[in-house]
Design a protein around this ligand. Structure first.
Ligand code: ZN
Length: 228
């Protein structure tokens, strides 16, 4: 049976002084019918989720050069034309540069990022609203507005995994902080992390991981709960 994927690209805007394998695996988790795989490295990561529906979905596209998703697709016996949906975190080039590689995909992002995407000549097919939830097989994909890094910047919740994108970056001491470089409004980025903290605190979800575009993943969300 052809496996189904939600591939999520988290590619960011900061510079990391770290040697990584662009075709490596940053994170992988399998629970029930769902499978999330982050490929690439922490400058150009991607995620694939499997579910019981025949879907191939990405979150962010990575850049146009040495795109790690292409190798992963080939390894799984799929082609770029098989990608059906791309969910974007925001309109920065290292997150959207590879979008032309997946010609059949519908483009999703927060409606508030539409104009920023248009400036990059990307037309949003579906503008989402904060906390909108989409079903992917038996899994939930929820978009969460975290404005500041860009005004329409988003995180995503895939079941119990919080995909932060460029909403924050983790340090080697497992704390998190907003990404300040190339951010539209760093003060708002900070405030939005506080709002996100209060939001997840109010939920009956035991989060398993937080994933970042430009740092290693963290277990749980303690780092977010400790942010102030
Ligand atoms: Zn960015």
């Amino acid at each position: 049976m052809m496996v189904r994927y939600l591939g999520i690209f988290l590619v960011g805007c900061s510079t990391l002084n770290k040697e990584t394998d662009p075709n490596g695996t940053v994170f992988e988790s399998e629970q029930g019918d769902s499978h999330i795989l982050q490929v690439g490295d922490t400058t150009a990561a991607s995620y694939f989720l499997r579910s019981d529906k025949n879907e191939l979905v990405l979150i962010d596209t990575g850049g146009s050069d040495n795109n790690p998703v292409l190798a992963q697709l080939a390894a799984e016996g799929a082609t770029p034309e098989d990608v059906q949906k791309i969910f974007l975190t925001h309109a920065h080039g290292n997150h959207i540069g590879g979008i032309h590689l997946f010609p059949n995909a519908e483009i999703y992002a927060l409606e508030t990022e539409r104009n920023a995407l248009l400036e990059k000549e990307i037309v949003l097919d579906v503008g989402l609203t904060n906390h909108q939830i989409l079903s992917l097989g038996n899994s939930e994909l929820e978009i969460i507005a975290v404005p500041g890094h860009s005004m329409g910047n988003a995180a995503y919740r895939f079941d119990d995994i919080l995909i932060m994108g460029d909403s924050a970056i983790a340090s080697s001491s497992s704390t998190i902080e907003p990404i300040l470089s190339n951010s539209d409004d760093p003060i708002l980025a900070h405030d939005s992390l506080i709002v996100l903290k209060e939001d997840v605190l109010s939920r009956q979800i035991e989060f398993a991981y937080m994933l970042f575009s430009h740092s290693e993943p963290l277990s749980g969300i303690e780092a977010l709960l400790a942010y102030e």
